[in-house]
Design a protein around this ligand. Sequence first.
Ligand SMILES: *Cc1c(COP(=O)(O)O)cnc(C)c1O
Length: 313
Amino acid sequence: MLPYGRQTIDDTDIAAVVEALRSPYLTCGPIVPRFEQALAAKVGAGYASACSSGTAALHLVYAALDIGLGDEIITTPITFSATAAAAYYVGATVRFADVDPRTGNIDPSTIEAFVTPRTRAIVPVHLAGMPADMDSIHAIAKRHNLAVVEDACHALGATYRDTPVGGDRRTAATVFSFHPVKHVTTGEGGAVVCHDPSFKRRVDRLRQHGIERDPAHTQQPLAGPWAYEVVELGWNYRLPDLACALGISQLGKLDAFVARRRELAAMYRKQLPANIVAPREQDDRQSAYHLFAVAIDWAKHGTTRARVATELA
Ligand SMILES: *Cc1c(COP(=O)(O)O)cnc(C)c1O
């Protein structure tokens, strides 16, 4: 039985976590910024903020964009529920555009019908690892003054027009997950990557209870080095050093992991019978192949999805 997802952990990963266990810090130590810098460098972003999950990362981004009660985001209905759920965490409402049947990704030509005066952001999801049509999405966002947030939880290691997913400077923030079914894992974990240092600052503050220690940003002068202010409502969405140690070790293998996924995808393409349609490849982008979702005409073949899934299992 091929599992839906299974992490690849080797002795170097285990050694990295053991070393972190023996260090003075289990959380909030020096390994967190090291992981963040490694991730930002890997995807060509200015900054990264590690956090407790991909869901937390989405919540932090919507909050840091000041999306709130009565606001709307536009996203795709074919995604994991967290893309939409996190918008409801901040009191916003979700409008679902339609998808391109060839990729399952959001179809840019269906987005503008859902833009209202309350729309704040467009949130494409790179389904199964295949980047969405970012140029068209950014053109719409620019026209209506909307932020673009990329839910890239399926797409660490993917590229769009030679730019790694996460490296697009037009995007306000890109979100990754390090759950064990994803490309690299930290057990549980996620990250926000961005290009704007003030956005990174805000995400970091919201990740840690809204705590501010920089006297340039507090309401009153701080009484000493121990003092801080809680300047806004935040959460405990930190990712510990232990997890970040695993993350650094795993990130070093990302290229090999993605290459292996692409190799398997090429093998599936070669061996699948003609009546099973493989995911569409596009010349200007490379999927990270989180999934290899095929299309089958159930009616034509006199079967059902449930039956084929059961037979495959
Ligand atoms: C996995 C995933 C998430 C959530 O990530 P968690 O780390 O599980 O919270 C969000 N969006 C998409 C598209 C995902 O696949």
